[in-house]
Design a protein around this ligand. Structure first.
Ligand code: BG6
Length: 476
């Protein structure tokens, strides 16, 4: 066995999100959220992208978030499984509409607070640190219908009230916080990312970047409040990461890749460096965007995050000739197919070295500790006659990515921890499928909502347990 390259206090664990796991979509006083209105099936994409408005539920549609994997009722059993693997961190999100069912109330829902207090206490019982995202792809529907979601500046007030409630209610239980999950996804999937739908005649770019400005203000204010409530709180931003490679060394392709990277990194540039980056002026001019910015906003944005978290599934690829017909979405962001790497069954490239490249770029750019809070392989699992799931393909993907992360640490990058995505099988955000599985724990449920929801340990469960016990030294 090699010597571990990971620091002694490195946090090992896994990640889920309320909207893909909890289910119980109206229990405990919870209000309806955006994701609860996104159906499985052929209309999913147009609803997610904000092209088709779906503000109410239909009897003839199946909505995977309504039951999820029933984490709401089974979290004790699930956290016990995480503890058995040796987790020291567990990433999940709070469903905003459990705390403020409509989003614009002045008083929170006590039942929602009680649920999360119990759940976080359950983690702490096993010495597991919760890492909590305040907003992971779910906006209370009332805020979408009444205010137009993040296109409206009033959202800043609603979100900061919600954030303060969480920091105060969970003080002593949670110290690691993320404001918005994959904040850059707002650009690529506006409804699922930020509750945005478009009206006839909208300049979409204008709407998206005005909403972005509001989210950035809300994130900066939440960071400030978190530090005021408890100086021990550590707040991170969260990027859907993965560098763009130029398709060739043609200068135009290299420039295209740089521009694509900036499009996504823009958010983190603001959250980690505290101001709009110098390239924004030209980009906004070219897109016909004029932002409504109020006096004092620049000061607010100076409240930067303590660490930079990100997801990494795949690298991306761009060229000057890239367009809708020659590119595909891997983790929602459009990319050309890279002929030098393999891809998953869903066409997401598999590129461990790309992780090391991404981490080096991010640390060079931000000089803040990194936290890899999502990484994993979505794959179809088969339960054999003995009831076992031998997911060697998943072990191999994770092994190579953990090795790449170790290399990045060896490159001198401070890394706080690793939470692989979907440590227990859950609903896929892109497709709404259960059959796109990421977990160490199998959940008996299919794409149509049939199954017992019974949990079963996969082969990767025992492998990851060994990885954690050896602090990343034993990846065999
Ligand atoms: C990230 C999200 O985009 O990727 C998760 O933060 C999501 O919510 C994950 O589940 C994997 O994507 P998918 O579509 O395979 O679930």
């Amino acid at each position: 066995m090699n010597e571990s390259l990971f620091p002694k206090d490195f946090l090992w664990g896994g990640a889920i999100a309320a909207n893909q796991a909890e289910g119980a979509y109206l229990d405990g006083g919870k209000g309806l959220t955006t994701v609860d209105t996104i159906p499985h099936g052929k209309d999913r994409l147009s609803v997610k992208l904000g092209i088709e408005k779906r503000f109410s539920l239909r009897d003839d549609e199946y909505y995977p978030s309504h039951v999820g994997i029933d984490f709401y009722h089974r979290y004790k059993e699930d956290i016990a499984l995480m503890a058995e693997m040796g987790f020291t961190v567990f990433r999940t999100s709070i469903a905003w509409s459990r705390i403020y069912p409509n989003g614009d109330e002045l008083t929170p829902n006590a039942e929602g607070i009680a649920f999360y207090r119990d759940m976080f206490a359950e983690c702490k019982k096993y010495g597991i640190e919760p890492l909590v995202t305040l907003c992971h792809f779910d906006v209370p529907m009332h805020l979408v219908k009444e205010y137009g979601s993040w296109r409206n500046r009033k959202m800043v007030e609603f979100f900061t009230r919600y954030a303060r409630t969480c920091f105060e209610a969970f003080d002593g239980l949670v110290k690691y916080w993320l404001t918005f999950n994959e904040i850059n996804i707002l650009l690529h999937s506006p409804y699922s990312g930020a509750g945005l739908v478009f009206e006839e005649g909208d300049n979409k770019e204008q709407v998206k970047y005005q909403a972005t400005h509001h989210e950035l203000l809300a994130s900066a204010l939440a960071t400030k409040i978190a530090h005021e409530v408890n100086p021990e709180n550590q707040v991170g931003c969260m990027l859907a990461g993965g560098n763009f490679y130029p398709y060739s060394c043609k200068p135009e392709d290299v420039w295209a890749a740089l521009e694509k990277d900036r499009e996504n990194l823009f958010f983190i540039d603001v959250q980690a460096r505290g101001a709009y980056p110098s390239y924004t002026k030209r980009v906004f001019r070219e897109k016909g965007i004029t932002l409504e910015i109020e006096p004092g906003d620049d000061e607010i944005l100076k409240n930067t995050v303590d660490f930079v978290s990100f997801s990494y599934y795949a690298s991306r690829c761009a060229s000057a000739d890239m367009n809708d017909s020659n590119s595909n979405a891997a983790n929602i962001v459009k990319s050309l197919k890279n002929p030098h790497i393999q891809a998953s069954e869903w066409g997401w490239g598999i590129d461990p070295l790309g992780l090391r490249i991404t981490m080096n770029m991010m640390y060079d750019r931000y000089q803040k500790p990194l936290f890899l809070v999502e990484n994993g392989l979505g794959a179809k699992d088969v339960v054999n006659e003995q009831g076992e799931i031998n997911d060697d393909y998943r072990i191999s993907y994770l092994r190579e990515h953990i090795k790449a992360m170790a290399d990045a640490i060896d490159d001198g990058i401070p890394v706080m921890g690793y939470t692989s995505w979907g440590c227990i099988d859950l609903v896929a955000a892109s497709t709404g499928e259960m059959s796109k599985r990421y977990g160490f724990v199998y959940v008996d449920r299919d794409d149509q909502g049939n199954g017992t929801l019974v949990r079963t340990r996969k082969k990767s469960f025992y492998w990851y347990k060994k990885v954690i016990a050896s602090n990343g030294a034993d990846l065999s």
